[in-house]
Design a protein around this ligand. Structure first.
Ligand SMILES: NC(=O)c1ccc[n+]([C@@H]2O[C@H](COP(=O)([O-])OP(=O)(O)OC[C@H]3O[C@@H](n4cnc5c(N)ncnc54)[C@H](OP(=O)(O)O)[C@@H]3O)[C@@H](O)[C@H]2O)c1
Length: 476
């Protein structure tokens, strides 16, 4: 059991509390933290946004969003906990770019905490264009230089290398990096966190995941849904920025990095950076495939002539001695035949093994199932067939220790654990490779290939793996 209860009081201010992320993820995460008795006796939750509403109206929105979260299993909702939690929630309305409004917020926080100096968490649940205003005004209204004020910024961090750099320089004017938590919610997923723990604790797995042993790595993240409520945002960015730039490159780093001896954040960030900064995209149309599902341009808020990719697949390399010959294939898309995120590490075969014999595979399933399995080839009689050995049938937590990803990460911030957050350098490195790929797409005038809704995606994705004589591995 690793149940951890916070003892010290804190105040959480959610900027953009009127928005989707707050309602869909943060409020239910707070409920689960209270339900699992993780929060201290004294804590304050303050919503902040421009929308002018009364505290009671906000409390109702807060409570309704949690009820909505339980709509399939209403009996699992504990009304007493919800009532107590809701009663601790309050709301301050203000602009993001007005210093006066932040002074008011400060006064309000002092009032509800009886002027005690407690840890304050500022959650940026707003679009990135508002980040700098909030950072500046929080910086300008700090009580003093060493105030315990922690910023939680959720990806996307900028829209390219230059804007990410600018954002980090801007933050650094007001806050030390140790007070800034850069969040990619994929790193809050139990199965993604398990990648690290599995590699740290199992020599067997680690020995299999060495460059010279691995013939190729495949990362697949398929979604069945199309663009939903965030159509406007998605059409501006596409899958490469939305999925690959942070979520999938982070997974790639966790799979291929050297294992840090100590499981501390600085060592982990260093190892991940070492991989991410060595990623290489060889500029050729053969190394990238873009797709767009057929009904995309009929979706609400999507321009009829949109060329945004809803599917992308790419072939990358890691420019390091141990990995330089190992192709890494990444593919992700929307409105595909299945919802599935998994990583396949294919091991090399012996030179004497017949070409048609399947390789050994190490498979990490991250979504919707969370499990790891190792596929070994065994021969019975004249035919060789797979014997699947499931070393751990589930990577997901069970029982009382389960928390949704935003709750896990919020607890980490409160505990000052930075292991599952990103460093400035890692983010810059992922933007650099993303910019290289996007610049190539633009230069070569590559357009997305249409694919049938709910199909496995564009057919040309197979050309990518066939360059090296491999095939995408589909789990069914
Ligand atoms: N929603 C998700 O599932 C999701 C997933 C991953 C990451 N994110 C990231 O999390 C952040 C918040 O997402 P969200 O979906 O909650 O965003 P959102 O609903 O578009 O915005 C949140 C709130 O910010 C304020 N706002 C919106 N546009 C603004 C603008 N142009 N200028 C100033 N204020 C504005 C609005 O509140 P007021 O008008 O009341 O101030 C809005 O309710 C974004 O950075 C997003 O990229 C979201």
């Amino acid at each position: 059991m690793n149940s951890y209860r916070i003892e010290k009081p804190f105040a959480l201010v959610i900027f953009g509390a009127s928005g989707d992320l707050a309602k869909l993820k943060l409020f239910p995460a707070l409920y689960s933290m209270v339900e699992q008795k993780r929060l201290p006796k004294e804590y304050y939750i303050v919503g902040y946004a421009r929308t002018k509403i009364e505290k009671e109206v906000f409390q109702k929105e807060f409570s309704d969003s949690i009820k909505n979260h339980f709509k399939k299993h209403p009996k699992d909702l504990n009304e007493k906990i919800l009532k107590d939690l809701t009663s601790r929630v309050s709301y301050v309305s203000g602009q993001y770019n007005k210093l006066e409004d932040f002074k008011n917020l400060r006064k309000y926080l002092s009032k509800i905490t009886s002027n005690k100096e407690i840890t304050t968490l500022a959650y940026f649940s707003v679009p990135p264009q508002v980040f700098q205003d909030i950072i500046e005004n929080l910086g300008e209204t700090k009580r003093h230089e060493n105030e315990d004020l922690r910023l939680i910024l959720e990806k996307p961090f900028g829209e390219d290398t230059e804007s990410a750099r600018e954002l980090f320089h801007f933050v650094a004017r007001y806050f030390k990096e140790e007070n800034v938590y850069l969040l990619d919610h994929y790193l809050g997923k139990g199965a993604v966190q398990s990648l690290l723990h599995l590699r740290h604790s199992n020599r067997l797995i680690n020995m299999m995941m060495k460059g010279p042993e691995v013939s190729n790595i495949q990362i697949t993240a398929f979604e069945k849904i199309g663009v939903t409520t965030r159509a406007g945002y998605f059409d501006q960015v596409g899958t490469i920025k939305d999925m690959v730039q942070s979520h999938l490159l982070q997974i790639l780093a966790l799979i291929t990095m050297s294992i840090p001896i100590t499981e501390n954040a600085a060592s982990l960030h260093r190892e991940k950076y070492s991989i991410l900064s060595a990623l290489k995209f060889i500029e050729s149309k053969k190394n990238i495939v873009l797709g767009q599902y057929e009904s995309y341009i009929e979706e609400k808020d999507i321009p009829k002539n949109s060329k945004t990719e809803t599917f992308s697949a790419m072939r990358l390399f890691i420019d390091r001695e141990s990995w330089y010959k190992t192709p890494i294939y990444i593919r992700t898309g929307k409105k595909l035949h299945e919802k599935h995120t998994y990583v396949v590490v294919e091991l090399k075969k012996f030179a004497f093994q017949p070409k048609e014999e399947e390789p050994n595979r190490l498979i990490f399933e991250l979504q919707p199932e969370e499990r790891i399995n190792i596929r070994l080839v065994n021969k019975q009689g004249q035919t060789s067939h797979y014997q699947e050995i499931t070393t751990s049938d589930t990577l997901s937590c069970t029982g009382d220790d389960c928390l949704p990803e935003h709750a896990m990460l919020l607890l980490d911030v409160i505990r000052k654990r930075r292991l599952h957050f990103l460093s400035f350098e890692e983010i810059i490195a992922t933007w650099e490779i993303t910019d290289t790929i996007l610049a190539f797409i633009e230069k070569s005038k590559l357009k997305p290939e249409k694919y049938v809704d709910f199909s496995p995606g564009p057919e040309s994705q197979d050309q990518l793996t066939s360059i090296d004589d491999f095939k995408w591995f589909d789990i069914h």
